[in-house]
Design a protein around this ligand. Structure first.
Ligand SMILES: NC(=O)c1ccc[n+]([C@@H]2O[C@H](COP(=O)([O-])OP(=O)(O)OC[C@H]3O[C@@H](n4cnc5c(N)ncnc54)[C@H](OP(=O)(O)O)[C@@H]3O)[C@@H](O)[C@H]2O)c1
Length: 264
């Protein structure tokens, strides 16, 4: 049986209090990682507690830090506290992010700065702070969460799509500068089932119809799950991913392969 074995590896995952980050933490833990995670919610919040409990259920250790990844001092603390607690860092999944969905004309300077600080700069800063520890690891892997919006987009998804496209360049630069010690891989999920995804459908007059229409846009006939994204991260961080760096993987259920006029 082929098994992804990350036993006793230390993973640092940002944005574990909901959505994709929670799924990544769960699957890395299932593969054997101890997981440090963060979000801005308090450690007593439901999302933070759920993260800790889910990881601990697998037999791995977990620690949640209340950290705003846009604040450099807090990011530095996240990295040093993780190393102090667990003894090192082998895997980083830099995942925390948010949508700012505006038109290019209506997007304000504040919107632009907010989204670039969170969705672009914070990934660079975390990568830099974690790099000495990843370098010390025998298998340093850095996975940066971008989006299918890095490849195709739609009107009104600005500047989110700009930040996610820029991450593809960040992945390339870090991979070529930090190899062979650290592998750097981008992951670009398409529509993943999360609370935010459900909220998107709720904006339509008939949310169920819109969800069915969206699913039909995917040749796989469904939306993605956070566990599927997490399992791919585990694979990328494992020995099976040793020949993979400097690239960004689109994981979109085939949506971008389907011509837009063929969506029945
Ligand atoms: N869901 C999708 O379909 C999809 C598709 C493509 C890409 N993505 C990307 O995947 C990542 C996760 O998205 P998601 O859908 O899982 O969103 P989500 O459910 O809203 O989760 C976002 C996570 O990021 C954390 N976060 C947000 N701002 C933060 C900050 N300043 N400091 C620390 N943590 C922060 C949140 O924690 P708190 O709430 O505790 O602050 C939360 O845990 C994002 O980078 C997103 O762009 C998602």
């Amino acid at each position: 049986m082929l098994t992804i074995n990350l036993e006793n590896q230390i993973a640092l995952v940002t944005g574990v209090s909901s959505g994709i980050g929670a799924g990544v933490a769960k699957m890395l833990a299932k593969a054997g990682c101890h997981v440090a995670g963060c979000g801005t919610r308090s450690p007593s919040s439901e999302g933070a507690q759920q993260f800790v409990n889910t990881v601990k259920t697998t037999g791995s250790q977990a620690h949640y830090f209340q950290v705003d990844v846009t604040k450099e001092e807090e990011l530095k603390m996240l990295v040093t506290a993780t190393v102090k607690l667990f003894g090192g860092i082998d895997v980083v999944v830099s995942n925390a992010g948010q949508n700012v969905f505006k038109g290019a004309l209506e997007c304000s300077q504040e919107d632009w700065a907010f989204n670039h600080n969170l969705n672009l700069k914070s990934h660079w800063c975390l990568s830099r702070f974690a790099s000495p520890y990843l370098k010390n690891s025998q298998n340093g892997a850095l996975i940066i969460m971008t989006s299918n919006h890095a490849f195709t987009s739609m009107p009104g998804c600005f500047p989110y799509n700009v930040t996610k496209t820029a991450l593809v360049g960040l992945v390339r630069s870090l991979a070529i500068e930090w190899g062979p010690d650290i592998r750097v891989v981008g992951l670009a999920p398409g529509f993943i089932q999360t609370a935010g995804g459900e909220a998107w459908f709720e904006r339509f007059v008939n949310p169920a119809d819109e969800k069915n229409r969206t699913m039909r846009l995917h040749p796989v006939g469904k939306l993605g799950t956070v566990e599927e994204v997490g399992a791919f991260c585990a694979f990328l961080a494992s020995d099976f991913g040793r020949f993979i760096t400097g690239t960004t993987y689109l994981m979109d259920g085939g949506r971008s392969a389907l011509m837009q006029d063929d969506s029945k």
